[in-house]
Design a protein around this ligand. Structure first.
Ligand SMILES: CC(C)(COP(=O)(O)OP(=O)(O)OC[C@H]1O[C@@H](n2cnc3c(N)ncnc32)[C@H](O)[C@@H]1OP(=O)(O)O)[C@@H](O)C(=O)NCCC(=O)NCCS
Length: 160
């Protein structure tokens, strides 16, 4: 149903810019960062995560393509690395374009990544999700993911 194709440089840069903007907005809405500093904080966070941009070791930045039509329907970022004597397979990001949602594309991507993780010797596959992302939580729960860690926060002032 889908193919994962490595992004080119410009495509990765556009994907990263969108991620920086999304993170900026989310962190302001959650009241974590101030509107004036959030953009810089977000840029810095991604620069630390991807010191070599699209060439950062262990990461793959892919577009998701519908195999039948060749149409780009989304993107995913994931990493594979051996640490502590075991293969660590992490899905850092998955995005399906709004008109293409609820058609099973994210499920197909995660199933393909699960096969790759298994082939590469991983015993498990991890991902990150915010607790207010109900769509993604529904997807991951349906696919058999369980919560392994939780961050907790208590609001001390109302959100802006
Ligand atoms: C989350 C996301 C990737 C799901 O992609 P998708 O291709 O629409 O997902 P699928 O069609 O494979 O959905 C599979 C199941 O996930 C759950 N699900 C997906 N979207 C949902 C929604 N809006 N509401 C409730 N459940 C939802 C359902 O159980 C669904 O099965 P169903 O359609 O048979 O009910 C997509 O909504 C998205 O790109 N969101 C914005 C980016 C994002 O939040 N990414 C996750 C970051 S952690």
């Amino acid at each position: 149903m889908i193919r994962l194709e490595e992004m080119g440089r410009e495509e990765f840069e556009a994907s990263l810019r969108a991620a920086v903007a999304r993170r900026t907005q989310e962190q302001v809405e959650r009241g974590v960062w101030s509107a004036s500093d959030a953009g810089e904080a977000s840029r810095r966070e991604f620069a630390q995560l991807f010191p070599d941009g699209g060439e950062t070791p262990h990461f793959r930045f892919c577009r998701v393509v519908d195999a039948a039509s060749g149409h780009r329907v989304g993107e995913t970022w994931y990493s594979v690395e051996t640490k502590g004597g075991k293969v660590q397979f992490w899905v850092h990001w998955i995005w399906i374009e709004p008109p293409d949602r609820r058609l099973g594309y994210a499920t197909a991507v995660l199933e393909q990544l699960e096969r790759e993780a298994t082939e590469r010797g991983a015993d498990r596959m991890g991902l990150f999700v915010a607790s207010d992302n109900t769509e993604a939580l529904a997807l991951y729960t349906k696919l058999g993911f369980n919560t392994t860690n939780m961050r907790m926060a208590k609001r001390l002032r109302p959100a802006p």
